[in-house]
Design a protein around this ligand. Structure first.
Ligand code: MTE
Length: 317
């Protein structure tokens, strides 16, 4: 199936649900049907998480990509989560049974109201909103993912950043008993760390995802809390966050430390700056035939380009 056919057959979600019909045609029909079921579940009363409890809160906002949502089975079986394994197809099995009981998220640094949240407190910051975003890995594969979560800004407002806070640093749990690859420092420098400029973190599109396809975020996608910044490459989306620190200097980030010529601090989806070992002009959308053009800022340029006014995008990557 060509991309032309795909584009012409994609129906806006609202129209799709009004008609309640199944679009005919190969892969497209299968994924459209899967999407329909998931959304009815997500918007309906039988919204159930992986522990069998109802997910709290209502679905409020929708930021949608006008493309087919990637089937849940792909999103949850093709993952990068090096703490478990570097094999994308193996993360689901390796992370099975990962427990988030007693999880704490410590928020501090240059803030007036530092606070350590347990998961209930964290989730109570704001009701989950559905955010259907493009997800573009620096390795040039992509998906469209229906995350659930709330804007990072809502958390930052809670802790009241000081004027000197210029960046936000994020850290993944360090626990080699639960993350086997953390015993091996050759894989990566642990724990996984990431960062954003504070104005990037405050942008309404930047969210903490706690859910996926209307259910609690599964371990392989970064349970219980993953950062999602849809205009940046996937490596910025740090998983299983335990610490958030407001700082005045650009914080170190895992992939930039590992290979600074290949992975910048910004990590914006940037068609003007190829990876030294491959082009960033096109991408493989998981489940599609053929490659599609990569969009500047992953298609969110209208919303976020102003964050980078005056910066040379060939140079900053
Ligand atoms: N976070 C941690 N802690 N460890 C990781 O290995 N991989 C990153 C990012 N966050 C990673 C991480 C990369 S390279 C990508 S593309 C995304 O998570 C993958 O997210 P997904 O599995 O939900 O698609």
């Amino acid at each position: 199936m060509s991309e032309k056919n795909l584009a012409s057959e994609i129906t806006p979600r609202e129209a799709y649900f009004d008609r309640r019909t199944v679009i005919r045609g190969g892969i497209l029909a299968a994924s459209a049907a899967a999407t329909a079921v998931a959304y009815r579940k997500f918007n309906g009363v039988d919204l159930v998480d992986t522990n069998g409890k109802a997910l709290k809160g209502l679905v409020k906002g929708v930021v949608k990509a006008d493309e087919m949502t990637t089937p849940k089975r792909s999103i949850t079986n093709y993952n990068n989560f090096y703490e478990f394994t570097t094999n994308k197809d193996g993360v689901a099995a390796a992370s099975k049974g990962f427990k988030t009981d007693g999880w704490k998220i410590e928020v501090g640094g240059l803030v007036n109201k530092p606070k350590t949240f347990d998961l209930d407190d964290f989730r109570a910051i704001a009701p989950p909103e559905e955010r259907v975003y493009r997800h573009r890995c620096v390795e040039a594969w992509s998906m469209v993912v229906p995350w659930a979560g709330f804007s990072v800004k809502k958390l930052l407002d809670r802790v009241d950043p000081q004027g000197s806070a210029k960046y936000v640093a994020f850290e993944t749990l360090m626990d080699p008993k639960r993350f086997p690859n953390q015993s091996n420092s050759a894989v990566l420098d642990w724990p996984y760390v990431e960062g954003l400029r504070i104005d990037e973190a405050m942008h309404p599109l930047a969210i903490f995802a706690t859910g996926l396809y209307g259910e609690e975020l599964p371990p392989q996608d970064g349970a219980p809390v993953k950062l999602v910044v849809p205009w940046k490459y996937g490596f910025k989306g740090i998983k299983s966050i335990v610490k958030i620190t407001l700082v005045d200097k650009q914080p170190p980030t895992t992939w930039n430390k590992r290979a600074p010529r290949e992975y910048g601090f910004y990590g914006n989806v940037n068609t003007r700056h190829d990876h030294p070992r491959w082009s960033q002009a096109t991408e493989q959308r998981i489940g599609e035939h053929g490659r599609r053009a990569t969009l500047m800022f992953n298609g969110y340029a209208d919303q976020v380009a102003s964050l980078y006014t005056g910066m040379n995008l060939d140079e900053y990557f």
